[in-house]
Design a protein around this ligand. Structure first.
Ligand SMILES: *[C@@H]1O[C@H](CO)[C@@H](O)[C@H](O)[C@H]1NC(C)=O
Ligand SMILES: *[C@@H]1O[C@H](CO)[C@@H](O)[C@H](O)[C@H]1NC(C)=O
Length: 589
């Protein structure tokens, strides 16, 4: 492998990591993230160490306070950083763990500049966008890209994705910073990908190159010339269009890459591979040709297998996700991805249906009987029911009703975060007999407080805060489904994001009635995993943490794997056997 050669010299004196920058053209949201992370995964498979930075030219400093309905889900990193979906994509494709500093915003940069100004670092001089803000951007990028990766190596390549569209006022300081940066590190250490949409108005069916030409002209006007142009289109690029774009945009025609809509995102790296992307990148960076020698014959074989597997799935598993919707499914993106990963490994085709929790409530029967009926019809046809995390009180009783259905009808159930809390409440109301019990989050004055506020004491902030980031869960009962799914380790480490928890004072009483808390935090106070025993229910499992943040295409999250296998598998032994088809699915560490 060539990694050691490059990384070995990196350890002596860190060379500037190679930067490749993806900037969007025309409109945002055309899959820049997927293209950048595909490039990353390709370079990783060729043995390079890759890190990545996502730049969002907003003034916000932290994504934690965002409404998930406006911006999609909040993704949580090991260090508790709350970021948006794109960093999740990078983690999944690069199979590495990133930190909160891998997400850069205008707000974070300005905060730094203002701190410096207050400290007197600028010696009372006028502080300006150029050079002060642009310098801080460059320093940040250099620092973050020189930090060791989660495998302990230094990065050879840093992929930077600049959010938004070229020409936005917000992204100007970043564009200027990178214009300077290319001279600082040298053109051979800097690579610019420009991702652009090639529209195809249906009237003529002819693909249009003009928008791409315009956006490249704009980019050049700002002092950046793309090395590669990635054309995103619905169908493969039409004859001659690539050459035309190459000619008008001053790049060799081999540097115009075409990425049309594909059957799965696993095909994107393969499509780029067919267009010889990595050798061209290698050449641009003037990496040693000799490094090619020991390459595996097919570096992207694992992706090829995944993509093929995806197209050969036969048995369908119907999973119903009971949540809160506003028409934006991005709010549950990581949960959906995790189900896709685990179904792929399980060999099942995922049919995911959504049910709006509030439509399962008695109130809905009176207000909107048709929707109430449909929601219950979907729910009752599920092979498996999933209740993911969430906040707020709307739909709580509907989710509890869905959990009751799953428990009493022995439908496989998986709950995450709020899903665990509600499963415990449902059990307490209907099995233990505490009719008026509730969570103090939605009903502070309730009769029996089964779920209570248990903030974590923070060293850095006054008082208690949300429990965020990677924490350890210890298996206290080894004869459990969860422990088996994880491959029987002593403990697991997963990411958290919550304030409320099962009231520890009531745990003994609840367990007497048959609910098992099989995983605790290291102090034994916080309930992390609960399940019903296999003799009471085929699969009834819930976790307080968010396993969806650590699921990777080739290494699905174990509880999700259980959820994907169980609904269709008859005897346990059989599904454990099939869970082992890919060695990477066991052994979570
Ligand atoms: C980074 O943080 C900003 C500010 O909170 C947020 O808007 C953005 O979505 C985050 N981006 C990523 C990739 O996490
Ligand atoms: C629990 O709290 C919710 C929200 O306040 C309320 O709608 C519900 O009726 C409560 N349930 C019980 C059993 O008290």
């Amino acid at each position: 492998m060539l990694a050691p050669v490059v990384a070995a010299c990196s350890h002596l004196t860190p060379p500037p990591p190679i930067l490749s920058l993806a900037s969007g053209g025309v409109i945002s949201g055309i899959g820049k993230g997927i293209i950048s992370s595909s490039l990353g995964t390709m370079l990783t498979n060729y043995g390079l160490n890759v890190t990545s930075i996502k730049i969002d030219p907003y003034l916000n400093i932290d994504a934690g306070t965002f409404s998930p309905y406006e911006h999609g889900e909040v993704f949580v990193l090991d260090d508790g950083g709350e970021v948006d979906l794109d960093l999740g994509n990078y983690e999944r494709f690069l199979d590495t763990d990133l930190t909160r500093d891998n997400n850069l915003t205008t707000g974070k940069i300005y905060q730094k500049v203002i701190e410096k100004e207050r400290r007197g670092d600028y010696l009372g001089k006028t502080v300006q966008v150029v050079p002060h803000v642009t310098n801080v951007i460059q320093e940040w990028v250099e620092q973050v890209s020189r930090r060791p990766l989660s495998n302990g190596r230094l990065a050879d390549v840093c992929i930077i994705e600049l959010g938004g569209t070229i020409g936005d006022i917000e992204s100007m300081p970043f564009v200027e910073a990178f214009r300077q940066f290319q001279f600082k590190v040298g053109r051979e250490n800097f690579l610019l990908f420009h991702v652009s949409l090639v529209p195809q108005p249906s009237t003529t069916g002819e693909q249009k190159s003009k928008p791409t030409q315009h956006s490249v002209r704009e980019l050049r006007g700002l002092g950046l010339s793309p090395d590669f142009i990635v054309c995103r289109s619905k169908t493969p690029l039409q004859e001659g269009l690539g050459e035309k774009i190459a000619m008008f945009c001053h790049v060799p025609s081999s540097h115009v890459l075409a990425v049309h809509d594909l059957s799965s995102i696993y095909r994107v790296p393969l499509l780029l591979e067919q267009q010889d992307l990595v050798p061209m990148v290698w050449k641009h960076f003037e990496l040693d040709e000799a490094l090619w020698e020991p390459l595996p014959p097919k570096p992207l074989q694992r992706w090829q297998d995944l993509a093929d597997r995806y197209e050969q799935l036969r048995k369908t598993v119907n999973i119903v996700l009971v949540g809160k919707y506003t028409g934006l499914n991005d709010a549950y993106l990581s949960v959906i991805k995790s189900l896709q990963h685990s179904c792929l490994v399980a060999g099942h085709k995922l049919n995911l249906e959504f049910v709006e929790a509030s439509q399962l409530e008695d109130e809905a029967r009176d207000n909107d009987p048709a929707k109430f009926h449909d929601a219950w019809k979907t729910l009752t046809q599920a092979d498996g029911i999933l209740v993911p995390g969430g906040f707020g009180s709307r739909g709580i009783e509907g989710k509890i009703a869905a959990i009751k259905w799953a428990r009493t009808k022995k439908v496989p159930f998986f709950g995450i975060c709020l899903g665990l809390q509600l499963a415990v409440i449902e059990f307490c109301r209907n099995v233990v007999g505490w009719k008026g019990c509730n969570s103090t989050e939605v009903d502070p004055e309730c009769e029996t407080k089964v779920v209570i506020d248990m903030p974590e004491l923070s060293q850095t902030h006054m008082g208690g805060t949300m429990r965020l980031g990677k924490r350890r869960t210890v298996f206290v009962k080894r004869d459990s489904v969860a422990c088996k799914l994880y491959g029987e380790p002593d403990f697991v480490e997963e990411r958290h994001r919550h304030r409320y928890e099962v009231n520890p004072d009531l745990v003994d009483e609840i367990e007497k009635h048959g609910l098992r808390f099989v995983g605790h935090d290291i102090e034994g106070k916080r309930m992390e995993i609960m399940e019903l025993s296999e003799k009471d229910h085929p699969f009834f499992l819930a976790v307080q943490y968010h396993p969806e943040f650590l699921s990777r295409p080739l290494r699905p999250s174990p509880p999700f794997l259980g959820m994907s296998l169980w609904p269709l598998a008859t005897p346990c032994a059989e599904w454990f056997a099939s869970a082992c088809v890919l060695p990477s699915t066991r052994g979570f560490t």
